[in-house]
Ligand binder design. Structure first.
Ligand SMILES: [Zn+2]
Length: 181
């Protein structure tokens, strides 16, 4: 066994997504994919499940929910079952991970994607569903940038343009959760 194999074996034993049951999620972590808005769920799943170093070597998609453009419509698709710990945010893998396809972070050569009203609508409805079923307060819908990336460094995720509308998203979720119908 070479040094690299040994290293891989160690990584395999500590991978963060052992099929641990998740009984009471602490909140929701919002991510962006950093890809095109129509990147298929299967593409992200393949990357997460491919062995390291090409992929992440996880047992399933790291996120519990994945929103993307399918044809002309935004669609929320189930990823990792909600009753299993995620693999999306160090320290917050016991929270539900929701990833929105797109790259919402402006850079010097690119203003980044803007969240569309249609996407926000689908996201709000999915967040209402999650918060209602798990009795999560909308205040606990947090951006990934709260916790940092894998390895502990800072992250731009879910991007400035998406984070900027998070207060409005939380407010819409609150209003819808408060309705009895
Ligand atoms: Zn993220």
């Amino acid at each position: 066994m070479g040094a690299m194999d040994k290293f891989s074996a160690v990584i395999a034993t500590i991978r963060p997504d052992e099929p641990t049951p998740l009984e009471r999620p602490g909140g929701v972590v919002l991510h962006h994919s950093g890809t095109r808005k129509d990147a298929p769920l299967q593409a992200i799943r393949s990357y997460h499940m491919a062995p390291r170093p090409e992929g992440k070597g996880w047992t399933e998609l790291g996120y519990h929910w994945y929103l993307s453009l399918v044809g002309e419509s935004w669609v929320a698709q189930a990823g990792r079952p909600e009753n299993r710990r995620g693999a999306h945010a160090p320290g917050r893998n016991s929270w539900i991970g929701v990833c929105v396809a797109g790259d919402y972070h402006p850079r010097s050569d690119n203003p980044g994607d803007e969240p569309s009203p249609e996407m926000i609508d689908v996201l709000v409805n999915k967040l209402v569903d999650i918060c209602r079923r798990h009795r999560i307060s909308p205040a606990l819908i947090r951006p990934h940038s709260d916790t940092g990336c894998e390895g502990g460094g800072p992250t731009d995720c879910p991007g400035h343009n998406l984070e900027a509308v998070l207060p409005e998203i939380r407010e819409q979720v609150s209003i819808l959760l408060g309705r009895k119908d």
